[in-house]
Each structure stands twice: as C-alpha cells, then as structure tokens.
Design a protein around this ligand. Structure first.
Ligand SMILES: [Zn+2]
Length: 364
C-alpha cells in the first residue's frame, strides 16, 4: 500500500470562501499557539502535559472565550492539538527543536478529516461552507484519508491524501528491459540507450525577473502597501518556477517508468554536492531530490524495479567498452577517452551505460 497526496487548486474562490479559509487557518494557528502556551504553563506548574490534556483545557473554555472557533470546521482547532503532540514527540526523540509559535502568513493551512468533507467531480464540500469548485478532479483511485487546505502565494489549494493499492503495471511490448540513468548538471538525465533529457532550468530563465523583484522589494519600506504587493509578486514567481520544474520532472519520471522495467540509478550524494556552491545552484535548479522522490513512488505504483548503485561506484571513471578505470576525471572533460582501448564516448552516456550494467549485476 502507498499513500499519495494530490494537490488541486481551488478555482476562483468567492469572497465568502476566501474569508472562511483565512479564518480556518487563523483558528488552526491560534489553537496551536494557545496549546503551546498552555503546555508550557502546565509544565511550569509541575504537571505532565499531553496533547489530550491541553485540548481538554481548550475545549472547556472555548464556548465562552473563543466562540468564533465554531464558525469553521471543528477539525481546524482539533488537528492543531494533534500536530502539537507530534511536534513534542519529535522534540523528545531529539528529531527536531522545541516547538515554536506559528506566525501568520507562513504555512497557512487547516486540516479536514475524511468524515468531514466530500469529493465529487470538480468540487469539494467543506463543513459550514458548502461546495467549493476545484480546477481538476481526483486523478487517483483509492481511499481518501484526509485533506489539507493551504495557501501558496495568493492561491488556495486542497491537498488530498489517498491510500492506494498499487496494481502491477501492464508493461508495454516494446518496453526495453533495463535502463541506466545518469543525473547530470548539463542535462537533467542521460539514458544508457543514448537519449538525453534536458532540464527545464526555469530558474535560469526567470532568475533575471526574480532578481528585479528582489531589488524592488529591498527598496520598499517593510509593511508598506508597495512592499506587500512586491512580496505577493515574488511568491507568485517562486510558485511559477516550481510548477515548471515539477511538470518537466513528472514527464521524465513517467516516461522512464512507462518504457523500462528495470531502472538503474546512482545513489547520488546530493547533500555532499550541495556543499559545493558552484554545483549547488545547478543541482537545486534541476530538482534532483524531487526526481528521485517521483521515480521511487511511480516505480512502486507501476511495478518497476529500481536498482540503486552505490555512490562509490566509479560510473564516470570506468570505460564502458573495456572496463579500464581512470584515476582521475575532471568535471570539465565532457568526452571520455579511454587510455587503454582508445574508446571515445560522451561522458554522461558512458556513466549511464556503466550504471545500467552495475545495476543489473546487483539484481542478479
Ligand atoms: Zn577502454
């Protein structure tokens, strides 16, 4: 079983809907912050606070002190205490820092449990609000577990968590058995069959525009009308860049999973590479992490095999023709020339072939 999330944009929300979403996000944030303060108060008083105890304290005073929480779905406040409990759990396990108060405008969202909403074609029914139109219908079949409404730039989205039973994918007849994928900086990917996939590099194209808005923003007085307008523009541009990147990656990972049964990739030490600043921008622009994430879940869904080759495997330094290994290969050397058999081949293609070969060895 696999849980996927499908994020859909809410279509032209009315003023009433927009107000509801804002209020629900505000209540969710308020309950979380109230809970965090209460947790600290109980702790200081020598008690052993829990998410449940804090929620009880909130519910006891809510009808009189916070009657406006009843304006929106009860989930908005309820989930905040569950989230607070998880935040403390992570803190106690030393997985994250002590929970902090939430700020307005940062990760604004609210939760809906699956008994609190309905989905039909291109609309979703939200308690105390009614039907809300969305831009597309649900693409995946399965049990809908929950929904989260959130804001990116000035748009609203609903993200649905769906539990799916994946069926082994029908493999098309012309599907070649295996492919080696070399993720690169010059091209997004080079396949061992010789084809290359260019990255969309949206940041590069839009970086000029990005810089202009950022310059503009720096000149504005913080909090002024102009400042806020520029800030929304900046968020919109960031969102656009992300969409372009996501789209090209989805096409690539879909293509690879459709056409090949066994996918051999390298376990790239992306974190280590990020320390190298020159490479870092190109890499984050290409979205390596996202590539791997998509490939992994689609393979689970479609029934492909992924064979991950160790990052220590010398895929670039080895000759794919005779197996000779070079001691050194500079990043600037785009063509691999073997000193032993004089074989000449594109550097990335050479690596992709080696990755395929090694990946198959690991499986058999
Ligand atoms: Zn050779």
């Amino acid at each position: 079983m696999i849980v996927l999330s499908h994020k859909i944009q809410i279509k032209n929300p009315t003023i009433k809907q927009d107000q509801y979403f804002r209020q629900a996000c505000g209540i969710s944030r308020f309950a979380y912050n109230w809970g965090l303060a209460e947790w600290q108060r109980q702790y200081d008083a020598g008690l052993k606070p829990t998410a449940l105890a804090v929620k009880k304290a909130f519910n006891a005073i809510k009808p009189i002190e916070f009657p406006w929480v009843f304006n929106v779905t009860k989930c908005a406040a309820e989930q905040a205490f569950i989230d607070l409990g998880s935040a403390f759990k992570r803190f106690f396990k030393h997985l994250s820092k002590y929970p902090r108060f939430k700020k307005k405008g940062i990760h604004d969202s609210f939760y809906l449990s699956n008994d609190q909403f309905k989905i039909e074609a291109n609309k979703i029914r939200i308690p105390k609000l009614g039907w809300v139109s969305v831009t597309e219908s649900l693409r995946f079949e399965g049990k809908v577990l929950s929904a989260t409404v959130s804001r990116i730039a000035n748009r609203w989205f609903v993200s649905l968590n769906i539990q799916m039973n994946f069926a082994p994918h029908k493999i098309s007849e012309n599907q070649a058995d295996a492919v080696g994928v070399d993720l690169g900086v010059k091209n997004l990917a080079t396949l061992s069959n010789g084809s290359t996939i260019e990255g969309s590099k949206p940041l590069k194209k839009l970086s000029h525009k990005l810089a202009r808005i950022q310059r503009h923003l720096a000149k504005c007085t913080k909090g002024s009308k102009r400042y806020n307008r520029q800030k929304i523009k900046l968020a919109q541009l960031h969102y656009r860049i992300r969409c372009i990147r996501q789209d090209s990656l989805h096409k690539l990972t879909h293509h690879i999973c459709q056409d090949f049964k066994i996918i051999c990739i390298e376990d790239l030490n992306v974190k280590g590479m990020m320390k190298n600043h020159k490479l870092a921008k190109a890499i984050s622009d290409m979205g390596f992490y996202e590539f791997k994430r998509q490939l992994e879940y689609k393979a689970t869904l479609f029934g492909n095999w992924i064979s991950t080759v160790s990052k220590w495997f010398p895929s670039s330094k080895t000759c794919s023709n005779c197996g000779n290994k070079k001691d050194e290969l500079k990043l600037s050397e785009r063509i691999y020339l073997c000193d032993k058999c004089s074989f000449e081949i594109d550097r990335d293609l050479n690596a992709a072939i080696n990755i395929e070969r090694e990946g198959i060895c690991l499986l058999s």
